[in-house]
Design a binder for this molecule. Structure first.
Ligand code: NI
Length: 390
């Protein structure tokens, strides 16, 4: 079965919502307008329950199928979209470009929100399933762990969610195709903050100083050896030091220096090993140089791990919508996604929906492709009708 006809009928409305949301991007948990827009639509559609304020500004809609789930059958599935935008100055000439200076929907969360609203409208209208479909609209995907905040507010237990599914658009993947894999899909992301306290002084008297720049250089070299010489070459890890601040005169050895960077890994084991080695390298360089080095190693989003049987379910649905040849098995990515928290809480799967030849995610010229709406929305409704078959 290709895209669903009724979804195609709804496309102009979904596109209009998407463009409205695009014009009004909001950051992290401050998605008040977007959340109000979502809640208003869900009430209009006749959802059986609309809950707001989960994880501060998250919104949840419950849609009951035309009959309850059978004894022993799956009863409730959750479908999740993200609502937040990014601090990027939009560089498109779109007639519906951002009206909020310095903010932009550069990751397509406008499209994700609109497609899930479209699915909610269809499901509330047709109710051709047994059990509950729970539509989840979360804030703060872009670094704020909004998914974790909603779970902490009782998302999974309050609505009885048994399985949970997520979707992201994929630039470079043709419109009308999907990509997915079982197991680790996206990386854990951790932050490194290092402050070096050396001993400043005259550039001509280095023997009286502890050169914080040289200490920083040794740290970078030592840290770079972790991926190349500690991690099994068949495992994946990225360690990037992306900031190095020190000094402001050519004849002064600076007292202090600061380094900041990020670590990306695909398994808990490798994640733990990299952290352990970062701590050892920092301690070793401090001992070798006599500098005082403070390290803050902060763990961010966990690895996004797709569960095997839910990946099979998602793949089957995507194939029904897009055709067998348009659903691809993808390699893991070293980017991160806070849907990882939902997949730690419940079995489920995260899928990519083709966004065609657009600029990349987080690029100022990026735009969500409205042609993808019928595919993403059809995927959502088919996923509900298949897993909660009436
Ligand atoms: Ni995103």
């Amino acid at each position: 079965m290709p895209i669903i006809n009724r979804v195609a009928d709804l496309q102009p409305d979904i596109q209009a919502w998407r463009r409205d949301i695009h014009q009004h991007p909001e950051l992290l948990y401050d998605v008040h307008r977007t959340a109000a827009f979502v809640a208003e639509r869900l009430r209009e559609f006749g959802c059986d329950e609309v809950a707001t304020g989960l994880g501060r500004t998250g919104v949840v809609g419950v849609i009951k199928g035309r009959k309850p789930a059978g004894e022993g059958d799956l009863k409730v599935i959750g479908l999740r979209a993200d609502m937040d935008a990014l601090p990027i100055v939009e560089a498109t000439d779109l007639p519906y470009a951002s009206k909020n200076p310095g903010l932009m929907h550069a990751c397509g969360h406008d499209g994700h929100t609109a497609m899930l609203l479209g699915a909610a409208r269809y499901l509330a209208e047709t109710r051709n399933f047994a059990g509950d479909a729970v539509v989840i609209f979360q804030p703060a995907e872009e670094g704020g762990a909004g998914a974790a905040a909603m779970i902490k507010d009782g998302l999974m237990d309050r609505f009885g969610i048994e399985q949970v599914y997520g979707m992201h658009n994929g630039p470079g993947l043709p419109v009308g195709s999907f990509a997915i894999r079982s197991g680790p899909l996206m990386a854990a992301t951790d932050a490194i903050d290092i402050r070096i306290e050396g001993h400043g002084g005259h550039a001509a008297r280095p023997h009286k100083c502890i050169d914080s720049i040289l200490v920083g250089a040794q740290l970078i070299t030592g840290l770079q050896s972790i991926v190349s010489r500690t991690i099994d070459p068949l495992d994946s890890a990225v360690l990037s030091i992306c900031e190095f601040h020190a000094g402001n005169a050519r004849n002064v050895i600076p007292q202090t220096a600061e380094l900041r960077g990020t670590v990306r890994t695909l398994t808990a084991e490798v994640r733990g090993l990299v952290e352990k080695r970062v701590r050892e390298v920092v301690a070793g360089v401090a001992q070798m140089t006599g500098a005082k080095i403070d390290l803050v190693y902060e763990r961010g989003y966990p690895v996004t791990v797709n569960h095997a049987s839910q990946t099979d379910i998602a793949t089957k649905v995507a194939k029904e919508i897009a055709g067998d040849g348009n659903v691809h098995e993808m390699p893991p990515m070293m980017g991160a996604e806070d849907f990882s928290y939902m997949l730690e809480a419940r079995p489920g799967a995260f899928i990519f929906c083709g966004n065609g030849n657009s600029a990349g995610l987080h690029h100022p010229a990026y735009n969500f492709d409205d042609e993808a709406i019928v595919f993403g929305t059809s995927y959502w409704v088919k996923l509900v009708e298949n897993t909660l078959a009436a």
